[in-house]
Design a protein around this ligand. Structure first.
Ligand SMILES: Nc1ncnc2c1ncn2[C@@H]1O[C@H](COP(=O)(O)OP(=O)(O)OP(=O)(O)O)[C@@H](O)[C@H]1O
Length: 643
C-alpha cells in the first residue's frame, strides 16, 4: 500500500472527525459508515471490541456449531497459505461477534490489545467503521484500510471481510483477514471472498446431504447406496433392520459380497423390482430388490439399491386380501359324539405338520375345521390362504396358485403376481373342493408337495416354500380315484390325516343346538330377544337338512328377519322346509337317483328363471357358489344354455 494513500486517508478522517467535512473522493461505503458512526456517537478515541461473558460465548458457539465446523478447516487451510505474512483470520456470527481467531502468535498478541478475540463484538456500533461490522451492514465484501477505520486505534490496521450466507441467502456471519495497514492489498479481499464462497457452498452441500439422509432414513424400504466400484457408502435404518446388521459392518464392503454379481447384469433389476436374496453371515434374506443408477451428468457414479423383505410383501398382500383364519375349535358348536370325536382328532392333527384331508358333505363345516386346525397349529401367526378349486377357471389354476412374472403371458398383470403358495409361506394353504382339481394340475400339485418349491409362470428359479396343506372335499375321493378322476398318488399324499365331518342329519341334537346358537348370535347383533315357537323347532327337527349347517344357518337368518314378532313361528319357514319336514321319512327313503332328478329339475328351473345367471340362482336357492358349480358339473348342466 503506498504511503501517499495512507496519508490521504488520514487527512480525510481528520477533516471528517475534527472539522466535520466529508471530502468528495472519500469512498461511498466509508462515507456512509462514518455518518452512521457519528449518528450513533461512536467514540473514535476508543475502538475496543465489546466483550460478552464466557458462558454467553459458549452458547453462541453452540448455536453456530455448523458454521464453525465448516468454516474452521477452510480458515486453517488459508492460514497455512498466508503463514508468515502477518495476518489474523477471524470468523464472526451475523452480529459481528468473534467466534474464532487464528493466526501467527505475534499478530494475535497485538490484536488482543484491541479485544480482537473470541467473545468480542466488532459491529460498527461498538468499534465504528471496520471490515467486519461494515461488510455485515452492507452485505458485501469490504476492505477497510488504515484511517478509513472510524476509531483511531485501528489506523495501523487493514481488514478485509466478506459475509457468509446460509442456503436461503440470509447472512449468518463473516470471515475476515486483518493485518498491518502497510500490508493492505486488493488480493487479500479476493482471498476472503473466495473463502466465504467456499463456506457458502459447503453449507449448501451439507444441507443437501442432510435432506438426502433424512429422505433415505424416512423411507420404510431398506436402502443401500454404493459407489461405481460397488463399495457400500450408506445403509439406512430400515436396511439395517431387514439385514440384521449395523451399517458399520457394511460400510466400504463390496455389495457383491452380500448380493452376488448376477443381479447387476440383470436389466430387469434396473427397470423394476426383482426377487433376490441377500446372504449375510450365511443367512439368506429373500427380498424384492430394485437397483437404480446414480447418474451425474453422463456418468454413472454409483447405485441406489432399495429393497423390501419378501415377508413384508407377502404380509401386505395377505392383509389386503384378508388371508387369515378367524375360527377356532371353540367356534364349533355341537352335541354330537361323532363330531366331538372328529374335533378331538383334528386337534391332535393340528399339532403335527402333515397334510390333513377333511371330508364331509357341503355345508357341514369343513372350512370352519380348517381355520381351527390352522389356529391351533404352530403356524397360527402365519397366513391362512383359502382357495376354492371348484370356482377357479381351469386356465387360471397355475397362475393363481404359483403366480407369474411380469409379461409371462398376454393379459397378465404387468407387474406380475405372487401366487397363493407363496402367499401362504410359513402358514397354511386350504385347498377346498380338491376333488374338482383338473387332472393335469393334480400332477403339478404333486410335484409341489414332493419338494415344496414353486416356480412362477415365466419365472426362472424355483422358490422354496414352507406351507402346510389342508384339503377338503365333499366327494368320495377314493371313489374318484377308482373312476380315475383323481390321482391315486395325490390322494395318498394329502390323506395323511383324515377328518370326517358327519352330515347334520346324523348329528343328534345339533339341529336344535345350532338353531339356538345362530338365533342368539342374531339377537346379540340386532339387540333383540326373539325365541322360536315349538312348532318352528319341530319342523326343523323333522327336516332332513341335505344342505347341512349352511342351509340351517340361512333358514334361521331368513326366519329371524321375516318374523316381525318376538316369537319366530313356522310361518316364517320356506315351503320346502314345511313340506320336507312333513315328508321326512319318505325323503330319507329316496334313492340317490331321485334326489339327483329333483336337484336337476330345480336347478334347470331356477336357471331358466334367472336367464342362466348362476349368482342369482345361488341367492334364490340359498346355496354357495362352490356348491352350485359343483352340482352343475355333476349334473352336466351348462348355465349358458339358459341365456
Ligand atoms: N359346528 C358348527 N358350529 C357353528 N357354525 C358352524 C358349524 N358348522 C358349520 N358352521 C357354519 O356353517 C357355515 C358353513 O360352514 P363351512 O363353510 O365351514 O362348510 P363347508 O363344509 O366348508 O361348505 P362347502 O363344502 O360348501 O364349502 C359357516 O357359516 C360355518 O361357520
Amino acid at each position: 500500500m503506498n504511503d501517499e494513500l495512507l496519508e490521504k486517508y488520514k487527512k480525510d478522517w481528520k477533516d471528517f472527525v475534527v472539522n466535520g467535512i466529508i471530502n468528495d473522493d472519500v469512498e461511498e461505503f466509508v462515507k456512509k459508515s462514518w455518518l452512521r458512526c457519528k449518528e450513533k456517537s461512536v467514540n473514535y478515541n476508543l475502538g475496543e471490541g465489546k466483550l460478552i461473558a464466557k458462558e454467553e460465548l459458549e452458547k453462541e458457539r453452540e448455536k453456530n456449531k455448523e458454521l464453525i465446523s465448516i468454516a474452521l478447516p477452510i480458515m486453517q487451510n488459508l492460514n497455512d497459505l498466508v503463514m508468515g505474512t502477518g495476518f489474523a483470520l477471524v470468523l464472526t456470527d451475523r452480529n459481528g461477534l468473534i467466534l474464532e481467531v487464528i493466526g501467527e502468535e505475534s499478530i494475535l498478541n497485538e490484536t488482543k490489545k484491541l479485544n480482537f478475540v473470541p467473545g468480542a463484538i466488532w459491529s460498527e456500533e461498538y468499534v465504528g467503521t471496520n471490515a467486519i461490522g461494515t461488510s455485515l451492514w452492507e452485505n458485501k465484501p469490504i476492505q477497510i484500510i488504515g484511517a478509513q477505520h472510524y476509531c483511531k486505534s485501528h489506523h495501523n490496521w487493514t481488514c478485509s471481510a466478506a459475509p457468509i450466507h446460509n442456503p436461503s441467502g440470509d447472512i449468518i456471519g463473516c470471515i475476515d483477514m486483518s493485518g498491518h495497514s502497510e500490508k493492505a492489498h486488493t488480493h487479500t479481499l479476493g482471498i476472503v471472498v473466495a473463502a466465504s464462497y467456499s463456506i457458502d457452498n459447503q453449507l449448501l452441500l451439507s444441507q443437501t446431504h442432510a435432506i438426502l439422509s433424512s429422505t433415505v432414513e424416512a423411507v420404510s424400504d431398506g436402502m443401500i447406496i454404493v459407489t461405481d466400484d460397488y463399495k457400500i457408502k450408506l445403509v439406512n435404518k430400515s436396511g439395517e433392520k431387514i439385514l440384521g446388521v449395523e451399517s458399520d459392518r457394511l460400510i466400504d464392503l463390496d455389495i457383491r459380497n452380500i448380493l452376488g454379481t448376477r443381479i447387476f447384469k440383470h436389466t430387469e433389476a434396473f427397470l423394476d423390482r426383482i426377487d433376490w436374496v441377500f446372504i449375510i453371515d450365511e443367512k439368506k434374506i429373500p427380498c424384492s430388490v430394485k437397483v437404480s443408477n446414480i447418474n451425474i451428468g453422463e456418468k454413472t457414479k454409483g447405485m441406489a439399491i432399495s429393497f423390501k423383505e419378501m415377508k413384508t410383501v407377502q404380509h401386505t398382500v395377505n392383509s389386503v386380501y384378508g388371508n387369515k383364519a378367524i375360527y377356532t375349535f371353540d367356534d364349533i358348536v355341537t352335541n354330537s359324539d361323532t363330531l366331538r370325536k372328529a374335533i378331538k382328532e383334528a386337534q391332535k392333527f393340528a399339532r403335527t405338520k402333515g397334510c390333513v384331508l377333511i371330508e364331509g358333505e357341503s355345508g357341514t363345516g369343513k372350512e370352519l375345521f380348517a381355520h381351527a386346525i390352522h389356529n391351533m397349529s404352530s403356524r397360527s401367526n402365519g397366513p391362512f390362504v383359502a382357495i376354492n378349486c371348484a370356482s377357479l377357471p381351469k386356465d387360471l389354476f397355475e397362475s393363481e396358485l404359483f403366480g407369474y412374472e411380469k409379461g409371462a403371458f398376454t393379459g397378465a398383470n404387468k407387474e406380475g403376481k405372487i401366487g397363493k403358495f407363496e402367499l401362504a409361506n410359513e402358514g397354511t394353504i386350504f385347498l377346498d373342493e380338491i376333488g374338482e382339481l383338473p387332472l393335469d394340475f393334480q400332477a403339478k400339485l404333486l410335484r409341489v408337495l414332493d419338494d415344496f418349491t414353486v416356480t412362477r409362470i415365466g419365472g426362472k428359479w424355483p422358490k422354496k416354500i414352507d406351507v402346510r396343506i389342508i384339503a377338503a372335499t365333499n366327494r368320495n375321493l377314493l371313489e374318484e380315484v377308482k373312476k380315475k378322476n383323481f390321482r391315486e398318488d395325490l390322494y395318498y399324499r394329502i390323506n395323511v390325516f383324515r377328518v370326517y365331518i358327519p352330515p347334520l342329519r346324523e348329528r343328534e341334537g345339533d339341529v336344535f343346538l345350532l338353531a339356538q346358537h345362530f338365533l342368539s348370535r342374531l339377537n346379540k347383533t340386532n339387540n333383540t330377544y326373539k325365541t322360536f315357537s315349538k312348532k318352528f323347532l319341530d319342523c326343523l327337527n323333522l327336516y332332513p337338512w341335505y344342505g347341512n349347517v349352511r342351509e340351517l344357518e340361512n333358514i334361521i337368518e331368513r326366519a329371524f328377519y321375516l318374523c316381525e314378532s318376538n316369537v319366530i313361528t313356522s310361518e316364517c319357514l320356506p315351503k320346502e322346509i314345511l313340506l320336507g319336514s312333513k315328508n321326512k321319512n319318505e325323503k330319507e327313503d329316496l334313492d340317490f337317483t331321485s334326489i339327483r332328478t329333483t336337484e336337476e329339475h330345480i336347478l334347470k328351473n331356477v336357471l331358466s328363471k334367472t336367464g342362466g345367471d348362476v349368482l342369482k340362482a345361488c341367492e334364490i336357492l340359498d346355496m354357495s357358489k362352490s356348491t352350485i358349480y359343483r352340482k352343475l358339473k355333476l349334473l352336466d348342466i351348462n348355465p349358458k344354455e339358459y341365456r
